[in-house]
Every structure is written in structure tokens, then in C-alpha cells.
Design a protein around this ligand. Structure first.
Ligand code: ADP
Length: 246
């Protein structure tokens, strides 16, 4: 029996090593893409002193956008590695976090983007006293990533509904949108790092491809479960159930 366990351990270790090396390869690629673009435009600007002002501004805008992209990527990679490193010592930084207070903060951050697209964000809180035992940053990041996606992937005039409820054993958080939806075949993969439905479309919309991987790891840290219901051109709903400490 010892031998069998050893073989299983080795297979498991190999699998983890592969995931890790794939991740490093992906990160390297994702970081290099904006860097290559930035240095290309900087070189062009340096080599052309008489460049037309409109062209110059266009290049500077691209440099600006690619710098933001790089910053977001680094932030998301650091967040993900923080959550993973703390998965075994969870509890240490956990306090009772009031979900309504965090939601209000997140709403204020996202509402300018929603307003730009005339998207209405509404909330249905069963009560405003619901708390979750968590690192406060986790609940903020979780709501931020899900509501940000809901707004990003919903066309103008759409709507987003955030529901928070509790029963004896669980807290339920639901983020529902009237957006573009997710094809059934992609649903099992959207929580993977860097997986994006239709890369080209997602790149245009912006994002790192790490948002849902972060959400998944937060939910795991909170002993929770997450699932998605979605229909193309109708909308998506992300549903999280978190066990209450007994
Ligand atoms: P991204 O930075 O690309 O938004 P995420 O990890 O947050 O990365 O999401 C992964 C992919 O899942 C997205 O690229 C998008 O294709 C899809 N997705 C996520 N949320 C939604 C949503 N609310 N509606 C439609 N598609 C979504």
C-alpha cells in the first residue's frame, strides 16, 4: 500500500509542477506583451523628433494603457499568490466582515463605469447586518471582480443585481447580469488562470484573465462553493455559498 501511495504522491506532485510551470510560462508571456509594445512606441518616439503631435499623443496614450495593463497584471498576480500562500494559515487575518459596508465601497468604485454605459446596479440585501468571517480584503476583491465583470460584459442599458442572503448554515452571494453570457463549453474553464472566452474580444474589453481565478481561491479559502448559470445573449449569474462557522 505504501508503494501505491508513493506513486500517487509523485503523480500529484508532477501535476502540480506542470500547473506551476505552465503558469510561469503564461505570466512571462502576459508580462512581455505590454512591455514589448511600450518599448516599441518609446523607441519610435525617441527616433522621430519631428513626429506629428496627433500621432505622438496617440502613441503616448497606448503607452499609458499598456502601463496600466502591466500594473493590473502585477497586482492580480500578487493578490493570487497572497491568497494561495495564506490558504493553510487562514483564520490568522480573519475578522467578522460586514458585507453591506464592503458592498457600498465597491459600488462607489464601480458606479462611474456603470454610469458610462447606463447600466443600473441594484442590490437586494436580506439584511444589512450579514457578516462573513474573512480577511476584509477578500470580500472586497470578490465583490469587485464579480461586479466589475458583470458591468464589463453587459452592453449599454443593461442591469446588474447583487443579492446577499443567509440561512442557518450558509451565506449566499449572487451577482447577476443581463450581459453577453458565457457559452456552455467555456463555463468549466473560466476559473482557470488567464483563460478568456474569445481572446480577441476579451482583450478589447480589457482585463487580466485572473479575476475569476482570484475569486475561486477566495471562495475556497472561505470554505465556500461557486457556480455559474449563463445563457449567451441573455446574461450570467455567479452564485457563491459560504459556510458559516458553527
Ligand atoms: P478577465 O480579466 O478577462 O475579465 P476573468 O478571470 O475575470 O478575466 O474572467 C474570465 C473570462 O470569463 C472573461 O474573459 C470572460 O470571457 C468571461 N466572463 C467573466 N465574467 C463574465 C460575465 N459576467 N459575463 C460574460 N462573460 C464573463
Amino acid at each position: 500500500i505504501g508503494a501505491i501511495i508513493n506513486i500517487e504522491d509523485i503523480t500529484q506532485r508532477k501535476r502540480l509542477e506542470k500547473i506551476r510551470s505552465d503558469f510561469v510560462a503564461n505570466v512571462t508571456h502576459e508580462l512581455k506583451t505590454p512591455l514589448t509594445s511600450i518599448s516599441g512606441f518609446v523607441e519610435t518616439l525617441k527616433g522621430n523628433e519631428n513626429i506629428d503631435i496627433a500621432v505622438r499623443n496617440r502613441f503616448l496614450n497606448i503607452i499609458d494603457m499598456e502601463t496600466d495593463r502591466l500594473r493590473n497584471l502585477i497586482d492580480d498576480i500578487l493578490t493570487l499568490s497572497f491568497i494561495e500562500n495564506n490558504e493553510n494559515k487562514k483564520g490568522e487575518s480573519f475578522t467578522m466582515v460586514n458585507v453591506w459596508d464592503v458592498y457600498k465601497e465597491v459600488f462607489d468604485m464601480i458606479s462611474p463605469f456603470a454610469q458610462k454605459k447606463s447600466i443600473q446596479i441594484s442590490e437586494r440585501f436580506e439584511n444589512k447586518e450579514i457578516t462573513i468571517l474573512s480577511n476584509p480584503d477578500y470580500i472586497k476583491q470578490l465583490l469587485l471582480n464579480l461586479i466589475d465583470n458583470a458591468v464589463k460584459y453587459t452592453p449599454e442599458e443593461g442591469n446588474v443585481i447583487v443579492t446577499v442572503e443567509e440561512d442557518e448554515q450558509h451565506i449566499h452571494i449572487k451577482v447577476k447580469d443581463s450581459g453577453i453570457g458565457i457559452p456552455q463549453k467555456d463555463i468549466p474553464r473560466i476559473f482557470e488562470r488567464f483563460y478568456r472566452v474569445e481572446k480577441a474580444r476579451s482583450r478589447r474589453i480589457g482585463g487580466t484573465g485572473l479575476g475569476l481565478a482570484i475569486v475561486k481561491h477566495i471562495v475556497l479559502s472561505l470554505n465556500g462553493k461557486i457556480h455559474v448559470e449563463s445563457k449567451v445573449n441573455e446574461g450570467s449569474e455567479f452564485i457563491i455559498d459560504i459556510e458559516k462557522p458553527q
